[in-house]
Design a protein around this ligand. Structure first.
Ligand SMILES: [Zn+2]
Length: 190
């Protein structure tokens, strides 16, 4: 889920012109740009570099469009780089920018974040096998393009409750993180 604490200072003022809506990943189904005040421009300007991928769940069954609509809402003060639902992948914030997902400013500055749609509700908050497989391919792609090397759970593959008082990513997905890491590493030849 998307608890936002300290977004930190905005780097705005240096508008570098129209932002491309070209997704960072070829796997992306649709780029739906988040509202400009729901994330921070330029990770680099914040002194951040990408060193991890953080996994979230939506605590809801959402399409990538429905998640995008949340991030487009003025005053939401939250966002994610990606959203995964069944075979679809939405991108909302460029990887070069800082999405407000982890409820921790330093972690936001390091992370590429993914919201995963659930397939059912509380208490387990399951995720469908199809959505999980889509998540695996996206994680592998992000890791490869950003040179993250072999993924290690708790190091460069992280999850929301490491950084904030939240149950996110929920019991089901929390129990699948090692499988996620193993499968993504296999795709990348580790
Ligand atoms: Zn979360």
């Amino acid at each position: 889920m998307f608890t936002i604490l300290e977004p930190g200072t905005s780097s705005d003022g240096s508008d570098s012109g129209a932002d491309s809506d070209t997704p960072d990943s070829k796997l992306v189904t649709k780029f739906i740009p988040a509202y400009k005040d729901n994330y921070t421009k330029s990770r680099k300007a914040q002194g951040g570099t990408i060193s991890e991928i953080t996994i979230h769940h939506c605590a809801s069954i959402l399409t990538i469009e429905a998640l995008g609509a949340l991030w487009q809402r003025e005053g939401r003060k939250g966002s994610s780089h990606y959203g995964v639902s069944e075979t679809n992948i939405g991108q909302y914030v460029h990887e070069r920018d800082v999405a407000w997902t982890n409820g921790n400013w330093e972690a936001n500055c390091r992370a590429v974040t993914i919201e995963t749609s659930n397939g059912g509700g509380a208490p387990e908050w399951p995720v469908s096998d199809t959505t999980f497989q889509t998540l695996v391919t996206l994680v592998a792609d992000i890791a490869r393009r950003n040179g993250l090397g072999k993924l290690v759970k708790g190091k460069n593959l992280t999850w929301h409750s490491m950084y904030a008082a939240t149950a996110c990513p929920g019991p089901y997905l929390s129990g699948k993180l090692q499988e996620l890491v193993d499968k993504a590493n296999t795709i990348n030849g580790f």
